[in-house]
Design a protein around this ligand. Structure first.
Ligand code: AP5
Length: 251
């Protein structure tokens, strides 16, 4: 497998002065999106950013997994796509995210992890934010090669506790094999991290993701960071990118 195409790393084109800083309570509605291939580290980083910025972490994949576990109509419809590593149709996905963003805890904004995954989803998000009198703060793009994506997905183990702590057999192993360091629950692999589903996810999901990367680059909103360094270094790079975007917003 070849390395992933590098994202368009061009700096945002039109940025000016801002009255806000990272974590500034004066910001009315702050929405950031996390873009990256399956296994790029979006979830790992979104948890840190959520704590650092005081914004809820809204992960489309988690919402689908919850809906499937509960057997809701959304879950039943999504399952056929999810199980074969395909994207769930835009209309269903956009509706689910819009309902989630209308929840009280997202009144001040959110970190969206895994949404948008297609240009129609990105356009729908723009429309949603416009109706609320705001726009996207930035699109954080974690750039990771395809070979590394495969290594990360195939070595990922997740705890069965409510916090769903994430491990990796090589990069981030638990102290006791198969047991979560935090809540002592058993670790398991996600069904869609099976080898053949990983291949399907990359084949089906990377092309539309690159279109989303281009969409945000063209609008001066792309905040690319190198994703193949230690997780803490990726977090620092993301926070610096957000700080820069807040200091010089697109006008
Ligand atoms: P989703 O759950 O969003 O899966 P994904 O995008 O494939 O992303 P992952 O959760 O697999 O990976 P991640 O980037 O969060 O990486 P992680 O932090 O875990 O979506 C699942 C499915 O739902 C999709 O296939 C689709 O069917 C559907 N879906 C979801 N959103 C949709 C949408 N918008 N539209 C349509 N359908 C949608 O890290 C991975 C591993 O790497 C871990 O083991 C971690 O420990 C390790 N790691 C992380 N960072 C580092 C680092 N810096 N160095 C070394 N190891 C690291």
């Amino acid at each position: 497998m070849t390395g992933a195409r590098r994202g368009n790393g061009s700096r945002p084109a039109r940025r000016g002065q801002s009255t806000t800083t990272v974590g500034d309570e004066r910001s009315a509605l702050r929405v950031l999106v996390m873009v990256g291939g399956p296994g790029a580290g979006k979830g790992t980083q979104a948890r840190y950013l959520s704590a650092a910025l005081g914004l809820p972490h809204v992960a489309s994949g988690d919402l689908f997994r919850d809906a499937m576990a509960e057997g809701t109509p959304t879950g039943l419809e999504a399952k056929a796509y999810y199980d074969r590593g395909a994207l769930v149709p835009d209309e269903l996905t956009v509706r689910m995210i819009a309902e989630r963003l209308d929840q009280p805890d997202a009144a001040s904004g959110a970190i969206l992890d895994g949404f948008p995954r297609t240009v129609p989803q990105a356009r729908a998000l723009d429309g949603f934010l416009l109706r609320r009198g705001t726009r996207l703060e930035g699109a954080l793009y974690i750039d990771v090669s395809e070979d590394e994506l495969v290594r990360r997905l195939s070595g990922r183990w997740i705890c069965s506790g409510p916090a769903q702590h994430v491990y990796h057999v090589v990069n981030h192993p638990p102290e006791r094999p198969g047991i979560c360091d935090f809540d002592g629950t058993e670790l398991s692999q996600r069904a869609d991290d099976a080898a053949d589903t990983i291949v399907a996810r990359l084949e089906k999901q990377l092309p539309p993701m690159y279109e989303v990367v281009d969409y945000y680059a063209e609008r001066g909103l792309l905040l690319p960071v190198a994703g193949e360094t230690r997780a803490s270094e990726v977090t620092d790079a993301l926070l610096r990118a957000i700080e820069h975007a807040v200091a010089e917003p697109v006008t």
